[in-house]
Design a protein around this ligand. Structure first.
Ligand code: SAM
Ligand code: SF4
Length: 327
């Protein structure tokens, strides 16, 4: 499927829940948010039907995210259901890693092919301050479990936000001895993310070069689309370091993805509310052809680019927070 700009859309990110066991400062207020009632969240059957329809339209990769996707019961069953969908080649998970070690074997049995684990610090006190939960040990257990699986592609995602400046080098150093991709994601002005200091790609890179020596370009090799970021490596590293810099190095011209919120809204751009309410269609008894037409039409109107950097972001989506969109 292509959008109105001719971009091939082959990647669907699905938020399976808006609930989470952490309260990261850039994502959720300390008191939490009102969780969406269960009846408003897409059922696994509804998600699987949409996966089949998207796959017929050319989607090849699905990522499960949240909220915290592991907070939803029965996730391995959803993974194996998606694995059985004709055309889906990759099923990835984005998780904070808490509880991952326990459920990972079942997820792998279901057909999971890749894990992105979000971790902003290796310091227990700082972790508790950033996530408002004392769960670093569990997150690290999740990371070790994922790294121990032969062939599983594992990436670590860190959002530099000022207060973890001292952790950028220790986090990148994890890619020294293991074939891990450590990625630094520029904070985006979505929800609470707009109120924290951002560290740009070049600021982070300067810190890393001061510690590890000159960065060397690194072919990123395979994968799905330019929003995977640009990668470098450093002398003596087995792994690589990546940058997802939507603010300082926008990658909209090569964007290949759309997002499905936990309530079944198809979001065609991270910034805007443009898209389609697929849940209403599903629940009104619409046939496959009508749903695919709505998907095609929404994808055709996918915005050309985000304008997060522009003054007056009037058209921004004020309805969905990061825990509903899934990053
Ligand atoms: N709970 C899971 C996790 O944390 O990996 C999945 C959902 S979380 C919303 C997905 C990703 O979005 C995380 O890596 C998180 O750091 C990132 N994120 C959340 N708010 C952000 C923001 N304002 N700017 C950039 N990244 C953000
Ligand atoms: Fe939860 Fe992920 Fe948001 Fe943190 S970033 S509060 S782990 S959904």
């Amino acid at each position: 499927m292509t959008d109105g700009q001719g971009r091939v859309i082959d990647y669907l990110r699905i938020s399976v829940t808006d609930r989470c066991n952490l309260r990261c400062v850039y994502c959720m207020p300390p008191e939490g948010v009102a969780w969406t009632p269960h009846g408003e969240i897409l059922s696994y059957e509804e998600i699987l039907r949409l996966c089949r329809l998207f796959a017929q339209l050319g989607v090849r990769k699905v990522r499960l995210t949240g909220g915290e996707p592991l907070a939803r019961k029965g996730l391995p069953a959803l993974v194996s259901g998606i694995h059985a969908v004709d055309g889906i080649e990759e099923i990835a998970l984005t998780t904070n890693g808490v509880g991952l070690a326990r459920v990972l074997p079942e997820l792998l049995e279901g057909g999971l092919t890749a894990v992105n684990l979000s971790l902003d610090t290796l310091d227990r006190t700082q972790y508790a301050a950033i996530t408002r939960r004392d769960a670093l040990g569990e997150a690290l257990a999740g990371l070790s479990a994922a790294l121990a699986v032969p062939g599983l592609r594992v990436k670590l995602n860190c959002v530099p936000m000022g207060r973890n400046d001292d952790q950028l080098v220790p986090l990148a150093a994890l890619a020294k001895d293991s074939p891990l991709a450590v990625r630094f994601i520029e904070l985006m002005p979505i929800g609470l993310g707009g109120s924290l200091p951002r560290r740009t790609q070049s600021e982070v890179l300067s810190r890393l070069e001061a510690a590890f020596g000159p960065a060397q370009p690194c072919p990123q090799g395979g994968g799905f689309g330019p929003a995977q970021g640009s990668y470098v490596t450093f002398p003596g590293f087995r792994g690589r370091v990546g940058f997802i810099s939507a603010m300082s190095h926008p990658f909209c011209s090569g964007c290949n993805r759309v997002r499905l919120t936990a309530t079944g809204f198809l979001k065609t751009c991270l910034q805007y509310e443009y898209g389609a309410d697929l849940r209403s269609l599903l629940r009104s008894g619409a046939g496959d052809a009508a749903i695919q037409e709505a998907i095609r039409e929404a994808v055709h109107r996918k915005p050309v680019r985000h304008h997060f950097n522009a003054a007056g972001r009037e058209a921004s989506d004020e309805r969905h927070n990061m825990n509903q969109i899934g990053g």
